[in-house]
Design a binder for this molecule. Structure first.
Ligand SMILES: N[C@@H](CCC(=O)N[C@@H](CS)C(=O)NCC(=O)O)C(=O)O
Length: 368
């Protein structure tokens, strides 16, 4: 890694945060020097919101004074500025499908991850104590009150307040159990999703797996018992430096990605379509039947309309022969139709157009 004026970079976040963990995994395998600072509330959060447009974590401060936000475009920016060693696969088809898996892991596996952390008292106790001592340490309130406030806020935003109540629990947990089985089948055969060395798809899955499923008491125990090769992969990724990897990547898209692609076609993309309809209709809360699970009063996300547009743009950026190959695979796994179902997307141009250097605060829909 060149010794540049932007290093060392400072990652502001939490040591149990999904997207902070994803960015750290990326920096570690890439060999990018960074230091980690807790994103404390309210002081630092206000400063970061002023610098980046949002107080979400992680926020990244470069040594030259610039600030960045949102792990996905941050990674794309670093891959562009520092292409070697490459985390993006060189093969355009692998790159496209890795971006699809990254988006799926970011925006859909987030759902079971938040569920296991905040729905169960065991998860909520662990996470609220950790966050109260890490990011709200400067607030002059008793610990039990901070914990109570955190649990209430997270449930309102991400579990009960995002369409998951008693009736949806089994369906949401089934997403996790299927994911464990899909990944276990892969990591019993090879160390990383595309072969001997890690790539963007592994980084995408590190979001849910490293700091949520691998850490929260209930999903971590399920993983150890049901999918030990997945637990081993998460630790291996954290401990791998790309420049030391000697192996090669497989050719094309491996067949054992098929069940994950089926999941994207059967669950995630239909959810994105329901979200598009909600945003287009100005409906902040919406009901949707997704893969046999009936979510009630899920929160709309304008950001995820942008995510769908990004996926379409990545497809359109492929050369024509690659588009044909990608389309064939997308059709086989029921991803093609929902990817294009809505011709017009209700995109809010002010929201994400300057990412990763500036986001609009509305990116995270305020719910309290
Ligand atoms: N798309 C963003 C998402 C970042 C995000 O949602 N971070 C969570 C923590 S892991 C957060 O800050 N949520 C803000 C909140 O709960 O108000 C990224 O990839 O960085």
């Amino acid at each position: 890694m060149p010794s540049d004026s932007i290093f060392p970079a400072t990652v502001y976040g939490s040591s149990i945060s999904y997207f902070t963990g994803k960015l750290e995994n990326y920096f570690r395998i890439k060999g990018i020097p960074y230091q980690m600072q807790p994103l404390t509330h309210p002081g630092l959060a206000k400063r970061i919101a002023a610098k980046t447009g949002s107080a979400q974590m992680p926020a990244l401060e470069l040594a030259d004074g610039r600030w960045m936000s949102d792990s996905t475009p941050i990674i794309q920016w670093f891959e562009h500025e520092y292409p070697a060693p490459a985390v993006f696969p060189v093969d355009p088809l692998q790159r496209f499908f890795s971006l699809l898996l990254e988006d799926y892991a970011d925006e859909w596996l987030w759902r079971p991850a938040m569920h296991y952390r905040w729905y169960y008292d065991r998860g909520a106790r662990f996470a609220s104590t950790h966050l109260a001592e890490e990011i709200t340490a400067e607030q002059p309130l008793p610990l039990f009150i901070k914990r109570w406030m955190l649990i209430r806020r997270q449930r309102k935003g991400y579990t009960a307040g995002d369409g998951i109540t008693e009736d949806q629990v089994a369906g949401v947990e089934a997403i996790y159990l299927r994911t464990l089985d899909q990944l276990e089948a892969i990591f019993r055969e090879r160390p990383f999703l595309l072969g001997d060395s890690p790539s963007l798809a592994d980084i995408g899955f590190s979001g849910p797996f490293f700091r949520h499923f691998g850490l929260d008491p209930i999903p971590a125990e399920l993983m150890r018992q049901r999918a030990p090769a997945v637990a081993e992969w998460a630790a291996r990724l954290w401990n791998t430096r790309l420049e030391h990897c000697v192996g090669t990547l497989l050719e094309g898209i491996p067949d054992d990605w098929g069940p994950i692609l089926d999941e994207i076609g059967g669950h995630y993309l239909p959810y994105l379509c329901a979200n598009v309809e909600a945003v287009a209709a100005g409906q902040r809360l919406f009901d949707a039947d997704i893969g046999g699970v009936r979510y009630r009063r899920a929160r709309w996300s304008k950001y995820r309309v942008w995510c769908l547009q990004q996926l379409r743009n990545h497809f359109l950026a492929l050369a024509s022969a690659e588009q044909d190959a990608a389309r064939e695979l997308l059709e086989r796994h029921h991803c093609w139709e929902p990817l294009w179902r809505h011709a017009e997307l209700p995109i809010d141009d002010t929201l994400c157009s300057q990412l990763p250097f500036q986001v609009d605060a509305k990116m995270i829909d305020v719910y309290d």
